[in-house]
Design a protein around this ligand. Structure first.
Ligand SMILES: [Zn+2]
Length: 71
């Protein structure tokens, strides 16, 4: 993969992560970590490419499974 393509893929991943996707856009292989406030029903999800065998992307997986991240 060329540097330009890698940079593009990186940017696409970042924007997907910040924007989030709706429940209806969730599909296999997408991160389903809910974005937004904890006490509200999730309407947006991360949507980044998920790790195989895990419903979250690497970033959210770290958040979801970190032992001391819950407040
Ligand atoms: Zn994620």
């Amino acid at each position: 993969m060329s540097d330009a393509a890698a940079a593009l893929a990186n940017r696409a991943r970042k924007s997907a992560r910040s924007a989030g996707i709706s429940f209806w856009e969730l599909r296999e292989g997408r991160c389903r970590f809910p974005l937004g406030l904890i006490h509200e029903p999730p309407t947006l999800f991360c949507g980044a490419p998920a790790v195989i065998g895990v419903p979250y992307c690497p970033d959210c997986g770290r958040l979801a499974y970190a032992p001391s991240s819950r407040r």
